[in-house]
Design a protein around this ligand. Structure first.
Ligand code: F6R
Ligand code: MG
Ligand code: MG
Length: 369
């Protein structure tokens, strides 16, 4: 049976500040999706959160980019925003950039990751969600899962994975996309995806079967709104087992925390800490950035689960490491590389400070020619 899995997310209000989501907002979202399931629009749903971001996990038969599903998500975010406004939560409705729905939530603020596939005999799915970071945060984990034999031994010893995977890479600045074959083209691939702010991995496909393996939300709120309005706090769907990486190979990249952009005021680098959903409460300097992983088995579109994959004790060490890395980064205070380069910061006073002091700059060209 063909099923579509849609994960649509938005920050529609933080509790307290930008540190978490309010239970009443989650309850309202569940209520809206229960109604959609009752009407037959959805096969199943699960509502969750990562920090101040709300994720709607939905299964249905309408394919990707369905206006009915996107409208359902949009209306759910609007209903949640009403609750957030009544509670005077912080930034109520902050990711809903438009007042009117026009058929698709793309470009309107929410992040979207969707895939349609023929459900396998056993369809194992991992849904990753992150807070205080941007879409490029999935680049290294996806590379490790689908192209790095030191992470995924299946690439070497499993005959149904040995031919590798196709990476679809987006250029979020020029609005173009390109595909690369792994392992043959990994050096070319890395030139691009090693710059995750500009070239996020949008999707991964199995090379032999052409089946979709992973898809991430690559909406960049800052570019979309024509100004800096927030990091997009992305989501990513990964199919697992069989011809795809095993669950342990999907989760393994997160055992070695990496630095990602998006911490405090969307203007700092910090370690991506794998946590259980209940621990996705970025509190230290509004961080450090968090990632959650929910595991499901699909049964005719029914979401069997979730299992909270990072609740496992074996991620304790990664969390300790991330806290140590957070200490090292915080030591830099307002200096790079903790602070992002000037053009990447979500908050900046540079134009006004430059305007104020520009008359005090003295020309010293002769020193540099
Ligand atoms: C980072 C983040 C927070 C806010 C900060 C200021 O992605 O969400 O660090 O940027 O708390 O928030 P405002 O400007 O809403 O007071
Ligand atoms: Mg927020
Ligand atoms: Mg957030």
């Amino acid at each position: 049976m063909k099923v579509t899995l849609s994960v649509i997310k938005a920050d529609i209000g933080g509790y307290v500040g930008h540190s978490d989501s309010h239970p009443d907002v989650l309850a309202k979202a569940s209520e809206c999706l229960a109604e959609a399931k009752k009407k037959g629009l959805l096969i199943d749903y699960h509502v969750t959160k990562c920090g101040d971001d709300l994720q709607l996990i939905m299964t249905h038969k309408l394919g990707v980019d369905s206006d009915k599903i996107h409208k359902c998500a949009w209306d759910t975010f609007l209903a949640g925003t009403e609750v957030a406004k009544a509670l005077k939560l912080h930034g109520a409705g902050q990711d809903l950039l438009s007042d009117a729905f026009s058929g698709n939530v793309r470009g309107m603020g929410p992040g979207v990751a969707e895939m349609e596939f023929e459900e396998r005999v056993a369809e194992t799915i991992i849904i990753l969600a992150a807070d205080k970071t941007s879409a490029g945060a999935w680049n290294m984990p996806l590379y490790k899962m689908f192209a790095d034999p030191f992470n995924t031994i299946g690439l070497v010893i499993a005959s149904n994975m040995h031919d590798g995977f196709i990476f679809e890479v987006h250029d979020v600045k020029e609005h173009k996309k390109i595909t690369f074959n792994a392992p043959d083209e990994i050096y070319d691939l890395l030139v691009f995806i090693g710059a995750p702010g500009r070239f996020p991995v949008r999707a991964v496909y199995h090379r032999v079967t052409q089946e979709i393996a992973a898809v991430s939300s690559t909406q960049k709120l800052s570019y979309m709104a024509g100004r800096y309005v927030g990091k997009d706090d992305p989501v990513c769907i990964v199919r697992s087992q069989g011809q795809f990486p095993a669950v342990g190979e999907v989760l393994e990249p997160f055992t070695a925390p990496i630095l990602v952009e998006g911490w405090m005021r969307g203007s700092h680098q910090g370690p991506l800490m794998p946590v259980a959903v209940c621990d996705s409460t970025p509190g230290r300097f509004d961080g450090p950035p968090r990632v959650t992983a929910l595991g499901f088995q699909l049964s005719n579109g029914r979401l069997v689960g979730p299992r909270d994959m990072f609740a496992d004790k074996s991620f304790d060490h990664a969390r300790d490491k991330a806290n140590e890395m957070a200490d090292i980064m915080r030591r830099h205070g307002p200096f790079e590389p903790h602070r992002l380069p000037l053009e990447e910061m979500e908050y900046t006073t540079m134009p006004q400070v430059m305007e104020k002091v520009k008359g005090r700059f003295i020309d010293i060209t002769e020193n540099y020619v």
